[in-house]
Structures are given as C-alpha cells and as structure tokens.
Unconditional design. Structure first.
Length: 109
C-alpha cells in the first residue's frame, strides 16, 4: 500500500473528511467509523508511520501521549478507558493508530 492509498493519510490530507476531535502539529484524533465502545477514538500521527515498531521519533511519541491524555480528560474517561495498539495481523490499516475506548464496551460478536 502506498501513502496515497492509505486511508489515514487521506484523512490527514482532508481527502477523506471526518470530524476531528483533537489536532496538533503532528497528531490528529477522530471517532472510529465502527466503534467498539460508547467512546471509540483513533489517535494517529500525521506522518505516515506504518506501525508501532517504526515509531522512533520521541517527540512524536510524546505528542501522541499528550493527545491520549487530553482526550481521556476531554471525554471524561478517567473512571475507565482502554488505550490499544494493534500490530501484525491485528493491525488492519498499515498506519500507526491508537484506539482509545471508554464508557460501555460493545460485546464481541
């Protein structure tokens, strides 16, 4: 998959429009199109980083951490949340993304 084919890169470039709930110079967050919980947000770097293993930039790591912390606060999730990073066969889109889930979780099918 090329960067031009990456759905998350297309969101970053506004070629696919989604309501963003967080945005900084290097990170953007938005609601998951197929949520697994009452609150299900995706946090992604604007730069195409293919997976967790490829995240070597400590400043980007810190900015993603700050976004997650801010979203936990903004969405009032401090009573309970999950921050999930999938990799390998469990990562369906080859662009690093964190899932932030809170509230009532939907049962697995």
């Amino acid at each position: 998959m090329t960067v031009s084919q990456c759905v998350f890169c297309n969101i970053v470039r506004d070629q696919i429009t989604v309501p963003k709930v967080w945005e900084s110079a290097s990170v953007v967050a938005f609601r998951d199109a197929n949520p697994s919980a009452q609150t299900h947000l995706l946090i992604i770097p604007k730069e195409h980083v293919p997976n967790f293993e490829a995240l070597e930039d400590s400043a980007l790591w810190e900015e993603m951490r700050q976004a997650a912390m801010g979203l936990v606060r903004d969405f009032n999730l401090t009573a309970g949340y999950k921050l999930i990073v999938n990799g390998g066969k469990y990562q369906h889109i080859p662009h690093l993304h964190w899932h932030l889930l809170g509230g009532e979780l939907k049962p697995n099918p």
